[in-house]
Design a protein around this ligand. Structure first.
Ligand code: SAM
Length: 282
């Protein structure tokens, strides 16, 4: 099954928060009926000092990747392309996978999980239409690569991962790379993270069975969420969900993808489908 998911995921596949800061290791305002969370890496409360500067190792491979796999397939947002050229993907994959870090494919990262294909990361990021200073919630930190791309674009990132060793590893690697605008949380992303809500954008990088209502609640009106929705083990629809100013949602199907499943106690069931008018264009 893992092989099926892997083979189909490609192409198909300090902060200066104004909100109250949780005490170290704890979580302010967490509702008692929700699973506990723990902050493993905290963005700089004084605000980001600047984008991290990465060394030049494997720079040419990154540029080739950005040109042929990303720009070559229609991604035009220069901020996304610049981040793809800059972020050392090889530092975020397991050592035994480093030689394949810039290949046109997802890769295993352990615990049955994957780092997504570069093109899919770029595509989802472009659809968020971000501006520097935006606050973005990511569900599914995994390797930390998607968070690193967002962080390199100058946005504030709050990223939640349910598998603790992956969350810890990503937090360590992102800290070592010099990010001061990424918060990594161990917890169940189905519930989002209320403390820093509302978010200017939300990106979910695991397949949900429905759009989690808490994520819609935590999205700013007028803003966007990108989320794969459908049954795990087969292809899903990558949805662009826009929350209108009156709090309703509009949903557009962007393409077919194959992601690992969103897990947790509410991994998802159709009974929770929130109201929203669907407007599929593919
Ligand atoms: N964004 C990641 C990256 O750049 O490497 C790739 C994500 S991988 C395709 C999906 C991740 O979502 C896995 O690491 C998985 O453990 C995580 N995940 C699954 N269900 C989750 C949940 N309920 N809350 C938070 N993370 C979850």
């Amino acid at each position: 099954m893992k092989e099926l998911l892997l083979s189909t995921m490609f192409v198909l596949s300090s902060l200066a928060f104004a909100q109250p800061q949780a005490p170290n290791g704890g979580d302010a305002g967490q509702r008692s009926d929700r699973p506990t969370t723990e902050v493993l890496l905290r963005a700089d409360a004084a605000g980001p000092e600047g984008r991290p500067s990465f060394d030049a190792a494997r720079r040419e491979e990154r540029h080739r990747m950005a040109e042929s796999q990303v720009a070559g397939r229609g991604i035009t947002d220069e901020a996304v392309l610049e981040a793809m050229r800059a972020v050392p993907r090889h530092e975020l994959v397991p050592p035994e996978r480093r030689d394949r870090a810039y290949a046109d494919t997802p890769l295993p990262i352990g615990h049955g999980q994957t780092i997504s294909q570069p093109y899919i990361v770029a595509f989802m990021t472009e659809k968020l239409q971000l501006s520097p200073g935006d606050r973005v919630l990511e569900i599914g930190t995994g390797s930390g690569y998607q968070a690193a791309i967002l962080g390199a674009m100058g946005v504030e990132v709050v990223s939640i991962e349910i598998i603790r060793p992956l969350a810890e590893q990503a937090a360590r690697r992102l800290e070592r790379l010099g990010y001061d605008n990424i918060t990594v949380i161990h917890g169940d992303g189905y519930y989002g993270y209320e403390e820093f809500a509302p978010y200017d954008a939300i990106v979910v990088t695991a397949a949900a069975q429905h759009v989690p209502p808490p994520l819609i609640e935590q999205l700013k009106p007028g803003n966007r969420m990108v989320i794969p929705v459908g049954q795990a083990g087969w292809t899903q629809n990558l949805l662009l969900v826009t929350k209108t100013e009156d709090g309703r949602t509009r949903t557009r199907n962007l393409m077919s993808v194959a992601f690992v499943p969103l897990t947790g106690d509410r991994g998802g069931g159709p009974e929770d489908n929130p109201p929203g008018d669907r407007d599929r264009d593919r």
